[in-house]
Design a protein around this ligand. Sequence first.
Ligand SMILES: Cc1cc2nc3c(=O)[nH]c(=O)nc-3n(C[C@H](O)[C@H](O)[C@H](O)COP(=O)(O)OP(=O)(O)OC[C@H]3O[C@@H](n4cnc5c(N)ncnc54)[C@H](O)[C@@H]3O)c2cc1C
Length: 419
Amino acid sequence: MWSFATDPDFQAEIDWIDTFTREKIEPLEYVLGSPWDIHDPEFVRLVRPLQAEVKARGLWGCHLGPELGGKGYGQVKLALMNEQFGRARFGPIVFGAQAPDTGNSEILAHYGTPEQKKQFLEPLLANEIVSCFSITEPHGGADPLGFKTTAVQEGNGWVINGEKWFASNARYAAFYIIMAVTDPDATPYRRMSMFIVPADTPGIDIVRNYGVHGEPGDTHGHVRWTNVRVPPENMLGGRGDAFIVAQVRLSGGRMHHAMRTLALATRAFEMMCERVASRVTRGETLANKQMVQEKIADSWIELRQFRLLILETAWLADQNKDWKAVRKNVAAVKAIMPKILHDISSRALHLHGSLGLSDDMPFVEWLVNSFHVGLADGPTEVHKVTVAKEILKTVKPAGGVFPSYGHAARRAQARRLYS
Ligand SMILES: Cc1cc2nc3c(=O)[nH]c(=O)nc-3n(C[C@H](O)[C@H](O)[C@H](O)COP(=O)(O)OP(=O)(O)OC[C@H]3O[C@@H](n4cnc5c(N)ncnc54)[C@H](O)[C@@H]3O)c2cc1C
């Protein structure tokens, strides 16, 4: 059965999120800094009341299952929600759905001890604290098999040494989830384990916080770990299970990034449309020029294609209840996402002329953001390889020099069938 309709009751919620985001959340990005700077008094004054409205409406933390106080909506409904609030920088945090806290909460829900859930998961879900997910290292992030940070068993606990890179929100985080080599001689995917480490543990030093063009504050930490001691229960999952533990968060995280990227690209598209309908040149609006119309049409078509790919993947994830079954689809969503944001932001920038390039417009920031979504959670090339490998793994070779579908061979087959 096929249906592209949204349940009317849920559509009413989506419409509310749309208006609330445009009217109340979008303005925050013009008066506040980083959404993860949750102890900034201005954040407390402006964001906390909006979060309370979301909670009162029953739309807080919807990525969570009912056992964690969430709605258990599933990926399709999450996609539709993110498509609205993802257009605003503060949208995710107002709805209790910001990365990397969403993924980290899923890891803790699966692998945390009851004490860790009390100490870290509960305040994380309430946005009383924020967290950091730290796997990338300075010498290279795209190849996780090359990570060097070690955790060595000493006495009853573990001692972590190494350097981590681009650890987003490290400076605001109350705890880290970190990947370290515990079994250097094991097979490649069994060498590392995952740990939870409170941020105030001695030996964790932020060497420097890097900024990204267009983002407020310098929020991406280069972090040095020197003899950082944690007790045995801080290992999340079993020894050598880091890749299994990471999978709990990665697919959902990539999908939610894609939904928010769709929202941002849609925002750029709306701006582009208003501009071409307003700007007059050579006696007519830009909207009347065919080459401008082509840009509008291409952008709308690309947005709809991307939206359908996301929603189909979300629907498949809901049906299968297992991210592994939709690995190819999630990788495809991840791979196309930077191109969609890049191309639509570029066209919006270009159609605004010099104004588009100026710092009064957000297009340069969104262009940079398109590179962000092409790198974070792994570069595009790696995800394209996954798509191709998943497709090709079931394809049978022709079994001879010539393709199985040559006209002569097919004709002979057809004659045998219908002789
Ligand atoms: C804004 C932002 C936030 C981030 N936040 C976090 C975070 O919170 N925690 C965290 O752990 N990491 C984070 N990262 C790091 C991110 O995961 C890495 O940037 C990413 O994995 C790529 O690693 P790298 O930057 O070291 O690039 P490299 O590994 O040096 O790769 C550079 C380029 O080489 C090419 N390349 C690499 N591998 C292949 C391949 N197999 N085939 C073809 N080409 C390839 C690609 O073009 C790639 O972009 C963040 C990154 C950004 C930009």
